[in-house]
Design a protein around this ligand. Structure first.
Ligand SMILES: O=C(O)[C@H](O)[C@@H](O)[C@H](O)[C@H](O)COP(=O)(O)O
Length: 247
């Protein structure tokens, strides 16, 4: 796995803009090398702001060869404004010519999955497996975007929770998240670390201690962002405030 690389930006807006520019390049590079690009999206303010910036660069991307996935989802009914996919759709996906069949959303809390986040997590694992080279595997994730909470959580992997210990599944349900809503679906560390590149996007002073702990080598069950590692590259996009506790 790769060592963390730090990319410093003066503020949240320039950070989000830099992420969008880097995504344009990473998508083009993945398409050149593999034919298509697989991008895993995150929720959170910075992650969604980066998508708004990417929308402004719509013409710079060949959307017909992009696959979109999610690192986690709030298990809520379709169209609920707190769903990460609804926010990403508003910010970017409904404004670009992407093939809807290439947008791989996590299931919502309704229909056959209503009140059953475990079945929904399994369904997403099946979706990923169907796109993988071998059964039970994962498709290529060229870039996995991650936000991080002040407690160091990434995706819905919260400190000292069972999901941080899972090694034998790529997707699990979380039923008692410390941050609302309690029910979520999340990729696990093995899925995150399957990614070629992992980019952690963090702004604000409230995150500074967790940034320093994660980059300083904390244990992932304590500070989950410490387990945010890509096989080829791990990039921390930080604003000055979030970098404030780094030595
Ligand atoms: O699922 C959630 O409750 C949030 O999406 C969360 O995981 C978020 O990604 C981080 O807390 C960073 O969020 P900010 O970028 O808004 O600080």
């Amino acid at each position: 796995m790769s060592s963390p690389e730090i990319l410093l930006h003066p503020d949240q807006d320039s950070l989000a803009s830099a992420v969008a520019a880097a995504l344009v390049n990473a998508i083009e590079e993945a398409q050149r090398r593999h034919g298509s690009a697989g991008i895993v999206l995150t929720g959170g303010t910075v992650g969604i702001e980066a998508l708004r910036h990417l929308r402004r660069r719509e013409a710079d991307v060949d959307w017909s060869r992009v696959h979109i996935f999610w690192g986690d989802e709030r298990f809520l009914p379709t169209n609920h404004p707190d769903r990460n996919e609804v926010q990403a759709t508003d910010a970017l996906l409904s404004h670009v010519p992407i093939d809807p069949a290439n947008v791989h959303r996590m299931p919502a809390d309704e229909g056959e999955y209503q009140n059953n986040p475990h079945a929904a997590a399994q369904a997403y694992a099946d979706t990923l497996s169907a796109l993988a080279d071998s059964p039970g595997g994962l498709p290529r994730f060229d870039v996995h975007l991650l936000g991080m909470g002040p407690d160091g959580h990434i995706n819905s992997l919260f400190p000292h929770t069972p999901a941080t210990l899972v090694r034998d599944a790529y997707v699990v349900a979380v039923t008692d998240s410390p941050k609302p809503p309690p029910q979520r679906i999340t990729l696990t560390f093995p899925a995150v670390q399957h990614s070629g590149e992992v980019w952690v996007l963090v702004a604000g002073e409230s995150k500074a201690d967790a940034v320093a702990a994660a980059i300083g080598g904390a244990e992932p069950p304590d500070i989950p962002a410490a387990g945010a590692r890509g096989s080829d590259r791990t990039a921390w996009f930080l604003d000055t405030a979030a970098a404030g506790a780094l030595q």
